[in-house]
Design a binder for this molecule. Structure first.
Ligand code: GDP
Ligand code: MG
Length: 163
């Protein structure tokens, strides 16, 4: 069985961009506004000779009667339940939000391995801006730039180290 890596995080942090980077596909919809990815989305990835599956989340039907927040929570729960490793994506350019704290609280109860991943950190491998993310209580932040392809290999190595 290939390990399953779920990408979770609030809208617009760059999950779909990271999905494309990890799967080298253009399949996920990347939007300049939140929430365009329609539902969970699966892709195949490879690191050397190791194969894995990536799950993108964060879509919702714009006219959903359940409401956007509930729908995102539902998708995140389902993706986390079927994942071996969770990549929790936050955004260094916007900093931490209440939604990030809510997701962190949920992930702590989920009992899965979580890699806290700080996206949009191009050129910031050593930045003091990364320190604020320790506040989430999810361990060491992994800085990446999904858009520029920085830090992806070391993130994947960390994600796959048990497999
Ligand atoms: P999602 O809602 O979490 O799936 O986020 P998207 O992948 O759709 O990206 C949201 C926005 O962030 C888009 O405008 C992306 O181009 C931008 N973005 C994604 N990754 C990066 C990055 O590494 N650096 C910067 N500066 N912008 C990024
Ligand atoms: Mg998306």
């Amino acid at each position: 069985m290939k390990p399953v890596i779920a990408l979770v995080g609030r809208p617009n942090v760059g999950k779909s961009t990271l999905f494309n980077r990890m799967t080298k596909s253009r399949d996920a919809i990347v939007a300049d506004f939140s929430g365009l990815t329609r539902d969970r989305h699966y892709g195949d990835g490879r690191l050397g000779n190791r194969e894995f599956i990536v799950v993108d989340t964060g879509g919702f039907e714009p006219d959903s009667t359940t409401g956007i927040v509930k729908e995102m929570a539902r998708q995140t729960r389902q993706a986390v339940a079927e994942a071996d490793v969770v990549v929790f994506v936050v955004d260094v350019r916007n900093g931490l939000s209440g939604q990030d704290h809510d997701i962190a609280r949920f992930l702590r109860q989920a009992n899965k391995r979580v890699l806290l991943t700080v996206n949009k950190a191009e050129g910031m491998q050593e930045s003091p801006l990364l320190a604020e993310f320790y506040e989430l209580g999810m361990g060491e932040p992994h800085p990446i730039s999904a858009a520029h392809g920085q830090g992806i290999r070391s993130l994947l190595e960390a994600a796959l180290e048990d497999f």
